[in-house]
Design a protein around this ligand. Structure first.
Ligand SMILES: Cc1cc2nc3c(=O)[nH]c(=O)nc-3n(C[C@H](O)[C@H](O)[C@H](O)COP(=O)(O)O)c2cc1C
Length: 408
């Protein structure tokens, strides 16, 4: 079985569902949590059950929903409260003004509010309500209290609300809610305050206004590194070539096209970075003189495209690296380790992540990868096949170790 790097995999999450119009979106959050391997226990307030029946959540979670403080045998009631000390996190989606007020003030008059007081793991609250309610000083004060207490608040978005107005108060999108839960559950935050610059994806070099020279990099590896670093507390800037992926929530995103644009972006963020992880598959070459007009089928120019070398970004960054940690990726199809050793020296990197892109089951555009880490001091560390988020965490483990080995 492939090792999975998602913190939600195998974790027990309690999902509190309260009585707001966005209640139907809690079902999507539940689906996403279970898709990522979490074991979800749903708790519904009485108001939530006026909107939808527990059946929806029972079917999706494959578990009974806790819908009433007094249901079940006395033993079951105690077990339900005891669950608060066993779960890895509590998420309330959507969170009404009412439950926010109860949490903030320690009121325990139903199962969810009582359960909250017994929870010892991270709590995430995703408010959804009309704009006037959200901005009411009572709600603002309650949210501030929860935030100061360490509860993670998923800021609602501006959008069309059920009361047919447009304003702030719409539940954040599912991916954002789930990512906040994943961040809250990630422990330790061993990259807290570390500024990480990640490059990802392919670059595109124009041949003419409609054609480009590019490669098959999907960006998945770099996006996984950015996501994992953010979850571990880093401040992340992700510079990416054209890919079909949404940037991970919470990560600063810079979209570029050509190798030159990628270099300029990296130089801009270099000063503000402690660690640079270059997963991008930068085109080594670019057409020397891209055509201004589209090359026609009959045009003889189409048969030859003259190329020139692109800047070697990792090398240029390495010459200005100072005390920063720089990590490169080597995607080779032959003599993989020997090539890595050469590149490690040539680019003065601290670590090269090596993968064999000739294998059909890993690397470019796959969800899995199998890498070997080659360190500047000659250490070679082979790893088993894992998904790209697990590879990302393996690389970040190495970053944490390398930072620890540095004289402070
Ligand atoms: C149609 C309808 C929609 C509602 N939508 C919201 C909402 O989006 N956000 C909110 O905070 N309260 C909303 N309420 C009010 C809550 O349902 C009410 O405050 C209730 O007491 C919340 O109970 P609970 O927090 O135990 O689920 C709505 C009420 C109704 C009737």
């Amino acid at each position: 079985m492939t090792m999975r790097g998602d913190v939600l995999d195998g974790r027990a999450v309690a999902l509190g569902v309260t009585g707001g119009i966005a209640v139907y979106k809690a079902a999507e959050v539940l689906r996403e949590l279970t898709r990522r391997g979490a074991e979800v226990h749903v708790i519904m307030t009485a108001s939530a059950q006026r909107f939808v029946t527990p059946l929806v959540f029972e079917a999706l979670s494959h578990r009974p929903v806790i819908a009433d403080m007094w249901e079940g045998t006395p033993q079951q009631r105690i077990e339900h409260i005891e669950m608060a000390s066993r779960i890895d996190g509590l998420a309330v989606v959507p969170a009404t003004a009412n439950i926010i007020g109860k949490f903030a003030n320690g009121i325990a008059d139903d199962f969810l509010s009582t359960f909250y007081l017994a929870v010892q793991s991270p709590v995430v609250v995703a408010p959804a309500m009309n704009t006037a309610m959200l901005h009411h000083p009572a709600v603002r004060a309650n949210l501030r209290t929860l935030s100061e207490r360490g509860v993670v608040i998923v800021d609602p978005e501006v959008g069309e609300l059920a009361c047919e107005t447009i304003g702030e108060g719409k539940l954040a999108v599912v991916e954002v809610v789930v990512e906040h839960i994943a961040v809250a559950l990630t422990d330790p935050k061993d990259l807290a305050g570390v500024r990480v610059l990640v490059t990802a994806g392919p670059t595109e070099e124009p041949i003419d206004p409609v054609r480009v020279l590019t490669n098959r990099s999907s960006g998945k590896m770099g996006f996984a590194v950015a996501r994992a670093a953010h979850r571990r507390g880093a401040e992340v800037t992700l510079v990416s070539g054209p890919v079909a992926l949404e940037p991970p929530p919470g990560v600063g995103f810079v979209a570029v096209r050509t190798a030159d644009e990628m270099l300029q972006a990296c130089l801009k963020y270099l000063d503000e970075s402690d660690v640079i992880i270059k997963t991008a598959a930068v085109s080594d070459f670019r057409p020397t003189a891209p055509e201004v007009q589209k090359i026609k089928r009959a045009d003889r120019k189409a048969s030859t495209v003259e190329l020139q070398q692109n800047p070697d970004i990792l090398h240029i960054l390495s010459t200005r690296k100072g005390s920063r940690i720089t990590i490169g990726f080597v995607a080779e199809t032959e003599d993989v380790l020997a090539n890595a050793a050469v590149k490690l020296k040539a680019k003065d990197a601290d670590l090269m992540v090596v993968n064999d892109v000739s294998r059909p089951d890993i690397g470019f555009d796959h969800d899995d990868n199998q890498v070997t880490l080659c360190y500047a001091d000659g250490r070679v560390e082979p790893h088993e096949k894992m998904d790209k988020l697990a590879v990302a965490h393996t690389i970040l483990d190495a970053v944490v170790r390398l930072r620890g080995e540095r004289p402070s």
